[in-house]
Design a protein around this ligand. Structure first.
Ligand SMILES: NC(=O)c1ccc[n+]([C@@H]2O[C@H](COP(=O)([O-])OP(=O)(O)OC[C@H]3O[C@@H](n4cnc5c(N)ncnc54)[C@H](OP(=O)(O)O)[C@@H]3O)[C@@H](O)[C@H]2O)c1
Length: 329
């Protein structure tokens, strides 16, 4: 098998490349930087025709590739419409076109996000995608749009994978940054500010370990593609409050989580001045009602997460190379 990992230099992409190479597969990791934690690195750009490749390099790659894994993108909840749609929509259209020209293609594995459900009402599962939801930000809409494009590509063998927020120390040893997603709350919590979370944050976070997610990607590469959607998150289902507590514990800090709409309103007013990303405030209430049976379709059952991956994330943020300034820029 010859696997092209698009976005192979990213947080999840590095874990995926390590996992696939460890399984003995030929891996090509494409990104704009072209760096690779495992396999062969290749410079390219999914927003360009033919992923920015041409000539012999393009022809040879398309002739060899049996699997295309899409783990590129941005997880920036603050990205605007142009940025979010450029990479998630234009990028996916180019990937579909590229994949159609690969004669040996057995599967396109598309990494989506549970946040594609936005503010969905009613119970949602693997079959649902558009259920009349609206979206908190352009990232959510970008992921929704990208998944819709893949689902429409009925001429291609594909599997869609949905993950919640991914955490855990980087298996390739890279430093972590607290600029995006749930981690963006950490610098703020460490300063002792209170954060408003409905029900004190006792609702599912759907987080998962980045290495567990990479195992799911590898399982999708091994399994014949039938156009199915798989969902994976930590089977232990830690709540948002639990996640925040475990991230902060290595710092000796107990986060101040309060169920107070007044605190939420004040935070909205002063967010940028106290270093709290406004986008995070939109996740202060239970996100959606996910069918608990979604993981039943995973072949071999849901992989477990590395023990202590949440506290390990907090410890990784203690490292001098870690970037805790994301939310202040
Ligand atoms: N991390 C999570 O919590 C999470 C959860 C669910 C789903 N996902 C999905 O998983 C994917 C990867 O997330 P991540 O956390 O690994 O993000 P990341 O660390 O920011 O990695 C993004 C990757 O995409 C590449 N990339 C970005 N723009 C590109 C372009 N135009 N052409 C080619 N490559 C490009 C980046 O490399 P260059 O910058 O060098 O191009 C990098 O390799 C995203 O689609 C995200 O929605 C992530």
């Amino acid at each position: 098998m010859s696997v092209l990992v698009l976005g192979g230099s990213g947080y999840l992409g590095r874990a995926v490349c390590l996992e696939l190479e460890g399984a003995g597969l030929d891996v090509v990791a494409l990104s704009r930087s072209g760096s690779a934690a495992a396999g062969r690195g290749l410079r390219g750009d999914v927003t360009r025709h033919n992923l920015g490749l041409f000539g012999d390099e393009l022809a040879e790659l398309q002739a060899e590739v049996t699997h295309v894994v899409g783990v590129f993108g941005s997880v920036d909840w603050d990205s605007g419409p142009a940025q979010a749609l450029d990479v998630h929509a234009t990028g996916v259209r180019n990937v579909l076109r590229f994949s159609r020209a690969c004669p040996k293609l057995e599967a396109l594995v598309h990494v989506s996000s549970l946040l594609a459900f936005g503010r969905a009402e009613g119970r949602v599962g693997n079959r649902e995608l558009y259920v009349g939801q609206d979206f908190r930000n352009w990232y959510e809409y970008g992921k929704y749009h990208a998944e819709a494009l893949v689902r429409e590509a009925e001429d291609l063998p594909f599997t869609v994978l949905r993950f919640g927020p991914l955490l855990g120390p980087d298996p390739a040893g890279h430093a972590l940054g607290a600029g995006d997603g749930l981690l963006a709350a950490v610098p703020y919590l460490l300063q002792g500010y209170p954060v408003h979370l409905k029900h004190g944050g006792r609702f599912p976070s759907y987080v998962g370990d980045v290495v567990g997610a990479a195992e799911v990607v590898a399982a999708a590469v091994r399994t014949p593609a039938t156009g199915a959607t798989w969902t994976w998150f930590d089977p232990a289902l830690p709540t948002v409050a639990e996640v925040m507590h475990r991230l902060c514990r290595p710092w000796g800090v107990v986060p101040k989580i309060v169920d107070s709409a007044v605190v939420g309103r004040v935070q909205r007013l002063v967010a940028s001045r106290i270093g709290l990303p406004k986008a995070l405030l939109d996740y202060a209430e239970p996100w959606f009602d996910l069918d608990p049976s979604v993981m039943d379709t995973l072949p071999g059952g849901p992989p477990a997460c590395r023990p202590g991956y949440l506290a390990g994330t907090g410890r990784a943020l203690l490292e001098p190379e870690a970037d805790l300034q994301g939310s202040f820029t």
